[in-house]
Design a protein around this ligand. Structure first.
Ligand SMILES: N[C@@H](CCC(=O)N[C@@H](CS)C(=O)NCC(=O)O)C(=O)O
Length: 327
């Protein structure tokens, strides 16, 4: 990740570790309950996708979770929320220890989400778009009864196409607006973002979910950015044409998902706000964390049950978790 000195644009680094955990274990990593640890920050929208998918599919017992401190230090993600500042399962203090167990010479970024092989302590993958799709398609033997199909075969082209646009103009664009160091780079990201949000809003006016009539991977990828919008992207990243709560369709859509078991119970606004406002010192040098906005509206009725749609298709919702009782 870094800033292009010519254009002032924020550029994402490629994910370096892209082995896959599969049912047949062809990369040497078979899907096996209890073997892997998913390392997340609850602040991170990319990592939070994996938390939602794991909950919806009922993979909590198969894949355990380590939650990093939302504030990285100079050695990046660390386990200072745990006793003795160590992840109790992996026995490490910093996520980079798993990266270096996999590749001692690695000198790139340390990012979440990351999946670590517990027996060897090695990082298997930080390839976040693949992580969630593989949970849906390669871990089916361990899904709960009634797990939804989040990546239905007949709809994959449509989901992939939609995800490409949402990635470029929503998920990544908020960062590109926030980290731009030239006015033109910021303007471009801002315009793409709000044009795409207007388009998505029109699409969601008459249908409850983005693709077909059930929740899919596409909704999860949009949700983890939208749920952070008013708390961090609107102010800190200057995505401020309007708040999410001023876009009636998208706001109702986000509340609907937030109130669906498996979504809102993975969201931690305290981690989100502290991470963004305290870690990005380049754009918030005083590291003040704002007290607002009032987030109580997430629990307000959304009215979207009236639209056609069956959230879990032929499946069922996961059991409810207490907020704060997660993971
Ligand atoms: N791995 C991807 C996406 C995941 C990502 O950006 N995660 C963020 C947290 S939201 C992270 O861990 N960044 C590394 C860092 O800030 O040191 C990337 O590096 O662009």
């Amino acid at each position: 990740m870094g800033i292009d000195s010519e254009t002032g644009e924020y550029v994402r680094a490629p994910n370096r570790f892209d082995d896959r955990i599969t049912a047949d274990g062809r990369d040497g990593w078979p899907a096996e309950p209890g073997r892997y640890r998913l390392v997340v920050s609850k602040a991170c929208p990319w990592a939070s996708r994996a938390l939602v998918v794991r909950r919806l599919l009922g993979l909590e017992d198969a894949i355990s979770v380590a939650v990093a401190d939302p504030i990285q230090d100079e050695q990046s993600w660390r386990f200072t929320l745990d006793p003795d500042d160590r992840d109790p399962v992996l026995g490490i203090r910093y996520l980079h220890e798993a990266y270096h167990a996999a590749d001692p010479g690695y000198d790139g970024g340390i990012s979440v989400p990351a999946i670590v092989d517990i027996p060897s302590g090695k990082l298997v993958t930080n390839d976040y778009p693949r992580i969630t799709l593989d949970m849906s398609t390669e871990w089916t033997a361990y899904h709960r009864e009634g797990a939804p199909d989040l990546y239905p075969e007949a709809r994959r082209d449509e989901i992939d196409e939609l995800n490409r646009g949402v990635h470029a103009d929503v998920n990544a664009a908020v960062y590109e607006a926030g980290f731009a160091t030239r006015q033109s780079a910021y303007d471009d990201a801002y315009r793409r973002l709000f044009a795409k949000l207007d388009e998505l809003s029109a699409r969601l006016e008459k249908q409850r979910y983005l693709v077909g009539d059930t929740i899919t991977e596409a909704d999860i990828r949009l949700f983890t950015t939208l749920v952070r919008f008013d708390a961090v992207y609107h102010g800190h990243f200057k995505c401020n044409r309007n708040k999410l709560s001023e876009m009636p369709v998208l706001w109702a859509y986000t509340r609907d998902l937030y109130q669906t078991p498996g979504f809102g119970d993975t969201v931690d606004f305290d981690h989100i706000k502290r991470h963004y406002y305290q870690v990005h010192e380049n754009i918030n040098p005083a590291r003040i964390v704002p007290l607002g906005p009032d987030l109580s509206g997430f629990d307000a009725p959304h009215g979207r049950e009236a639209l056609p749609g069956r959230p879990f298709g032929d499946g069922t919702p996961p059991g409810r978790h207490e907020r704060g009782g997660f993971p």
